[in-house]
Design a protein around this ligand. Structure first.
Ligand code: 0DB
Ligand code: ZN
Ligand code: CA
Length: 553
């Protein structure tokens, strides 16, 4: 469900926040007032009004009581009659602890039916004196024209709105939440209608935050609009770089949903989500977190900005390089959550979505800051939908290796993994190196580097049989295939990144299966190279050389 946090009264609150209440001189009556031209009622009054017999200290009256007494006092200006309790309803009272002021926010009603858009704010100081009125009031005789008894049931209005939405975008299988329907008096072209306001959120077949005003007497659509819009937004990434991405605007605010790629890219703030509550095979994740929102096109959550922008980059990489439409090749929505856990020094694909920790600031900065990490995680999703390599022992090491290889293809100018987010205080290091695995200390075996030859295979039980360590053996083959070199006395002629990524992608999606081992990896790469470049090609020959070099037959 889309969380709606954008308040239409925001502008109003800000306007009031700029006034200094305490310093206003005491005046007998209204000091300043502006009229609404359409209704001839005040749109603001700068006040200095107190309840007549309220000279006692702070009374037992509530701020709402004072606001109503004030409305009573001004009702002639508002062109209203009788008890003001029948004309206004309190929505909320905001207390500003800093300067002791209160803002009573109201909406105007007729026979208990709120008038759409007719909001008011009465501002009080800490002595329960009214200091300002802002808003719009519709005079009694205008409202009187509306008969407030609906002849239509509220569900019927929903049905009408839903068929109109489906006429516009096609059949909606699932609304993001059940459409709501609420009675409002709605003014359209100078006429007041009794309407149901139906609000419905859709993601598929097209994103929308639909607002329908359905005449509660006739069922006619009085007015409708889609409050969602797709925009280019920007922000500053984890590494302080300015980045651009696609976002969505709704109700005047913005959130991190990119509807331009597949079925969308959606980035959330995980907040308290506990990384220990899932494992990477779990499908039981129903909670992504809160929307990451902004009041304008600049987003300041850098971890979220990078997760979102990098997911878009990775989507484009797969689309442009392999013509693959998201991880399922059917546009599946790419969901990410940032700020997972507390100072969590890791990232993951959990079977459903990507998740990124913030790091502890010493070993890691927010992991979404590195596009190779996002490429790595997304490739896990691709692997799950293709070879589905078991995440253990040799198939697990291959699973890891594909993520490192394609991660390094997305982040194309180096052969390091995670260098951008790892140990901010240390220059030049990385989580892993595809070029020179042995240069990185092996976390599983004290005093050793990562293995770069099959003879160095880690055979212990840690890390699912060393999936993040043994991956380096195959990583080295991919590096040699691309860049060439001599390794363990075997010389490989490099065929470049372009051929290399095609060969590995084809092996992953066409030949390998859940239990494939290193030897099958070699055969799958050979077969893919034959398919793509012909049996006598340099590419085929180089694949053989690369696997000879790492000792895999
Ligand atoms: C890794 C998934 C880790 C994970 C597994 C998290 C299961 C939760 C549940 C993956 O996708 O393979 C995440 C990454 C990929 C982070 C690129 C960057 C990874 O390689 N993690 C390694 C690991 O978990 C290295 C690592 C990162 C690490 N942070 C660490 C090792 C902290 C030790 C301590 O081993
Ligand atoms: Zn991985
Ligand atoms: Ca890199």
């Amino acid at each position: 469900m889309k969380k709606k946090i954008f308040s239409s009264s925001l502008a109003l609150t800000i306007a009031l926040g700029g006034l200094t209440f305490g310093a206003t001189p005491v005046l007998a009556d209204t000091s300043e007032m502006k009229m609404n031209e359409k209704y001839g009622t005040p749109s603001y009054i700068i006040e200095d009004w107190k309840m007549p017999n309220l000279m006692l200290s702070k009374s037992s009256l509530s701020e709402e009581d004072v606001a109503f007494a004030y409305l009573e006092h001004q009702k002639e200006k508002f062109k209203l009659k009788g008890n003001m309790k029948k004309d206004f309803k309190v929505i909320e009272t905001q207390e500003d602890k800093q300067n002791g002021t209160y803002h009573v926010r109201l909406i105007e009603e007729q026979d208990g039916v709120p008038i759409y858009g007719s909001h008011q704010t009465v501002a009080l100081n800490d002595k329960q004196e009214v200091k300002a009125f802002f808003g719009e009031v519709i005079p009694e005789k205008e409202k009187k024209q509306v008969d407030t008894t609906p002849s239509l049931q509220s569900d019927k209005a929903v049905d009408i709105a839903v068929s109109s939405i489906e006429e516009e975008i096609g059949k909606v299988e699932d609304f993001d939440a059940a459409p709501s329907s609420e009675l409002f008096i709605y003014e359209m072209d100078g006429e007041f209608h009794l309407t149901y306001l139906v609000k419905a959120s859709t993601s598929k077949p097209a994103p929308g935050y639909w607002h329908y005003f359905i005449d509660a007497k006739t069922g006619d659509i009085v007015d409708n609009y889609n409050a969602i819009d797709h925009v280019t937004a920007f922000g500053e990434g984890v590494l302080g770089d300015r980045t651009k991405f696609q976002a969505t605007s709704a109700d005047g605010g913005y959130y991190l949903f990119d509807e331009t790629r597949g079925d969308g890219i959606h980035t959330f703030d995980a907040l308290e989500m506990d990384p220990n509550l899932f494992n990477r095979f779990s499908q039981l994740i129903g909670y992504h977190g809160d929307e990451v929102t902004s009041g304008h096109k600049f987003f300041s959550d850098s971890a979220a900005v990078d997760a979102h922008a990098h997911a878009g980059e990775v989507y484009d990489y797969f689309k442009e390089t392999f013509n693959r439409d998201s991880f399922d090749d059917n546009g599946a929505r790419m969901i990410s959550s940032v700020h997972v856990g507390e100072n969590w020094n890791n990232a993951a694909w959990n079977g459903v979505q990507m998740m990124y920790g913030d790091g502890d600031g010493e070993n890691f900065v927010p992991l979404s800051g590195a596009v190779d990490v996002i490429g790595h995680e997304m490739t896990h999703a691709v692997t799950d939908r293709s070879a589905d390599l078991v995440y253990q022992d040799e198939p697990g090491a291959l699973n890891e290796s594909f993520s490192d290889i394609l991660g390094a293809m997305v982040d194309r100018d180096d052969w390091l993994m995670g260098e951008d987010i790892y140990t901010p205080g240390i220059e030049g290091d990385a989580l892993r190196s595809l070029k020179d695995p042995s240069s990185i200390p092996n976390p599983l075996e004290e005093g050793k580097g990562y293995p770069d030859h099959y003879s160095e295979l880690y055979t212990g039980d840690l890390d699912n049989g060393g999936v993040h360590v043994n991956s380096s053996i195959n990583n080295k083959a991919a590096y040699l295939l691309s860049e060439g070199g001599t390794h363990y006395d075997v010389t490989v002629e490099g065929v470049g990144r372009k051929a290399t990524e095609q060969i590995y992608y084809r092996a992953l999606t066409k030949y390998l299966t859940a239990t494939s081992d290193f030897s099958m990896m070699r055969q799958a790469a050979v077969q893919s190279a034959i398919d793509l470049y012909g049996i006598d090609s340099q590419e085929v020959f180089s694949v053989h050389q690369a696997y000879d070099a790492i000792g895999v037959e």
